[in-house]
Design a binder for this molecule. Structure first.
Ligand SMILES: [Zn+2]
Ligand SMILES: [Zn+2]
Length: 538
């Protein structure tokens, strides 16, 4: 717009005009481009030529980056679809160890040798044991699974007695098979059904259709908070029980999200099928006991909190100077007569439906499973009424001083030193995700996929998609060893501002989409779209 044109507009007219930068951003989103691209500098090692490359941020929340979160969600949907009705056992072969991995194992072997020699000559082995455990961590850091030695038996005595209200469950040896059975109809057709299951938490009090309690004073927020905190462990227990019950290595793709009453529930795509009656039996028998110290008595609060003693690196009673029991001591003090702090169970209402490969039902269920993955737990059902806001507030209050894990600062309230205690721990200010409002008490992973689901990792699925794209476009994959990559710092000469990057994103996306449309037309045998309508035919 020229100065003259600008002068001829009223202020209201000018304000109603969109900001050019916003339009660029909207267009980037519309064309599936990342709005927070990261700038890297790519050097071709053969020619020495450098060029800027914009890499998508890859965020999984739509509130942060709509395009990247949508792509992440589609990737999960592809992963879910691929594993659900697998007909052959997935092949999972470990990679050969790298030189670095072998070096760590050799070092670990030497250390074990020295430790055992020390033990044989009657010397102490504490120093060596600490060293070995660090080496074990390094071995895992270097990309190897498991431990070189079996874990030493736990010295802590734990009550394993079954609670009386849990019905016994028959246990069968678990066959390594992961693929479901096929069934044959009378007219000779075979089919391989799989299952879609939804498990919910029990009732904490009657709720209205908006998800808020009919009687807030009677709603059991403490139980709701604890069930949410231990939901991941309960789900894990359920799958273990189910595997032992059916006798094969059931595989699953599960997504955890909140119901309207803001209690978590889990949707599970399961390979193979189980009858409703059997599911009901396993759900009823499944529980997760939380053997943590009691939180019945608040021993310290407000201005009277345990104090950290620098010399002994422990928390002390602020009045008597007495050392508070450590986490392990507090666990050891739990006796046979004591009850677990909490017992988490699923509610008896559940949903289960058989789903056939490639059916409309399968697509619809995959839609459910991935629907909320681009949102924070608390944003799945954003509070819209005062009642809903108050309901969320009360749950957040119940979660605030509830210990979220053995390392939670809230243990200080109950006179127990948190595991790995350190200075400046303050009850009510634990950094654990579960306490934060957007998590509603559930700090676990949103998508839980068993190891032999599709036989592929998420990066394998990502690589599949890239290969498909390259093939469709008739391009060959570039040799990853050909380029060197480095980040571009704000002070660098070639550094691009965000608006400048977005302009590139928009141009790139449009070019890609045109190339893709063209490639698809070619694949379908349609004539080239030569833009003749615009009169710019080549
Ligand atoms: Zn992005
Ligand atoms: Zn915590």
């Amino acid at each position: 717009m020229t100065d003259a044109a600008r002068r001829n507009k009223t202020r209201a007219q000018r304000l109603s005009m969109p900001l050019a930068r916003d339009v660029v951003k909207d267009m980037a989103i519309e064309h599936g481009g990342c709005i927070r691209p990261i700038q890297l500098r790519r050097t071709d090692l053969a020619t020495g030529r450098t060029e800027p490359v914009l890499v998508p941020c890859g965020h999984t929340l739509a509130s942060v980056c709509p395009a990247c979160s949508e792509r992440a969600k589609n990737l999960r949907a592809a992963q879910c679809r691929e594993g659900w009705h697998l007909e052959q056992e997935p092949v999972i072969e470990p990679d050969d160890p790298t030189d670095e991995q072998m070096w760590w194992i050799r070092t670990r072997a030497d250390a074990q040798d020295l430790r055992d020699a020390a033990q044989a000559s009657g010397e102490g082995t504490d120093g060596w044991d600490a060293e070995l455990s660090q080496l074990d961590d390094e071995i895992n850091n270097a990309g190897m699974r498991g431990r070189v030695l079996p874990a030493r038996p736990h010295r802590r005595h734990r009550s394993t007695r079954r609670r009386q209200d849990a019905p016994p469950l028959p246990k069968r040896p678990v066959d390594p098979r992961t693929v479901g059975k096929t069934y044959t109809t009378t007219d000779g057709k075979t089919f391989r059904p799989s299952l879609f299951i939804t498990l919910t938490c029990p009732s904490y009090g009657r709720v209205k259709s908006d998800g808020t309690p009919a009687n807030p004073a009677e709603y059991d927020y403490l139980a709701a908070a604890r069930d949410a905190l231990h939901f991941a462990a309960l789900f894990d227990r359920f799958m273990q029980n189910l595997r032992r019950f059916v006798g094969y290595d059931i595989q699953y793709f599960a997504a955890v999200e909140p119901q309207r009453r803001i209690a978590p529930h889990v949707h599970i795509a399961m390979r193979g099928t189980v009858s409703r009656a059997e599911l009901r039996e396993v759900i009823a028998a499944t529980y997760h006991q939380v053997w943590w110290p009691s939180t019945d008595t608040v021993r310290f609060d407000g201005a009277r909190l345990p104090v950290w003693d620098e010399d002994s690196a422990t928390y002390l009673d602020p009045d008597t100077g007495e050392v508070l029991p450590t986490w392990d001591e507090a666990l050891d003090a739990i006796g046979d007569q004591d009850e677990p702090l909490h017992v988490a169970r699923f509610g008896d209402r559940f949903d289960a439906q058989g789903v056939l490969a490639g059916s409309k039902d399968a697509s619809r269920c995959i839609g459910y499973l991935t629907k909320y993955l681009t949102k924070h737990v608390a944003d799945c059902h954003a509070a819209q009424t005062d009642d809903q806001v108050r309901h969320a507030d009360r749950l957040a209050d119940a979660l605030r001083y509830e210990p979220c894990s053995p390392t939670c600062a809230n243990w200080l309230l109950y006179g127990v030193q948190p595991k790995n205690a350190r200075p400046h721990m303050r009850p009510g200010a634990c950094k654990g995700k579960a306490h934060r409002r957007e998590y509603l008490g559930y700090g676990g992973r949103r998508v839980v996929v068993s190891r032999k689901w599709s036989g592929k990792t998420l990066s394998d699925h990502r690589a599949d998609r890239k290969n498909w794209l390259l093939q469709t476009l008739g391009l060959s994959a570039t040799d990853p060893g050909r380029y060197a990559w480095e980040p571009v710092a704000p002070g660098d000469r070639d550094h691009m501002s965000i608006p400048q990057r977005l302009l590139h994103v928009v141009a790139d996306r449009i070019r890609w989409q045109q190339a893709l449309t063209e490639a698809r037309r070619r694949a379908e045998g349609l004539p080239r779209d030569d833009l003749s309508a615009t009169g710019e035919a080549e």
